[in-house]
Design a protein around this ligand. Sequence first.
Ligand code: SF4
Ligand code: SF4
Length: 341
Amino acid sequence: MPGDSSAGGRLNVLWLQSGGCGGCSMSLLGSKAGDLHRTLAGAGVELLWHPSLSEASGAEALEVWRACADGRTRLDVLCLEGAVLRGPAGTGRFHLAAGTGEPMMAWVRRLAARARQVVAVGTCAAFGGMSSGGGNPADACGLQYEGDAPGGLLGAEWRAPDGLPVVNVAGCPPHPDWMVETLVALGMGALGPADLDRLGRPRAYADQLVHHGCPRNEYYEFKASAHRPSDLGCLMENMGCKATQAHADCNTRLWNGSGSCLRGGFACIDCTAPGFEEPGHPFAATPKVAGIPIALPIDMPKAWFVALAALSKSATPRRVRENAVADHPLVPPGIRTAGRK
Ligand code: SF4
Ligand code: SF4
């Protein structure tokens, strides 16, 4: 059978889904390599079973789970997409694994104990995400976090045999290449504790800010801000953009080869962070005190931001100021006719 422990040399991956929307898997299909199966196979990744990508279902699928759980098949990586549903009253019975009568929560615990690595795919599995929003009647949590508090299903102290905590490929959904690269890095033995940030996210993408590479950067520099969704200006001051605080490389590693939330006209809502699902204000609005956004760019003291913003605004060229509040460039760049180097 696929993934038999005699196969050796392959990274046996089992992918389960629980309390989520399935969007992480849909995102995975957008991997830039195009043929996902070929990419994974080329990297030595054996997808033992995935609820959407595998043909096996019913008893055949459950046999794959059982073989992993009782050690007949070597389980290298357990991926969970979607939050763990612990309700009602800690029984986990809000999500029974079909055909087993057992809560998915129990399967995840059992399989995590067998796995060489555990990967939380998406912000739901990492921190609870959208599934834990509102009153959280399902008692949803992440594998090793509940919001930004360590804990979750497996507990703060849980470690894989090689010392790695749960690898949190956070994002709602994560970029397909964050997922593929994480699996490939695990297969190569190239992901150690130092390659994860404080929240367990792979630093390969989490050491960047979404702000990096945004096409609206010139507007940001001059604090030339959009007032309506269709405006070209920077979305930070009025439209809720949190990209200056959001850890991800969405504007330098584009989606589907060309896109990002910002390029589509949407503010970054910091979906790789715990608690993003409940910012306490509308996603497309910027909360302010005395006209100054409450959430300022990371690493920047407030006094500096205020001083620089005032200076920038006073120096804004007419082109940038007028284009910022238009849905297409109205004022073209000037053409220099003298003083060329
Ligand atoms: S992280 Fe987002 S895309 Fe993934 S399952 Fe949760 S809600 Fe869906
Ligand atoms: S819109 Fe957001 S990402 Fe783009 S420049 Fe402004 S703050 Fe940065």
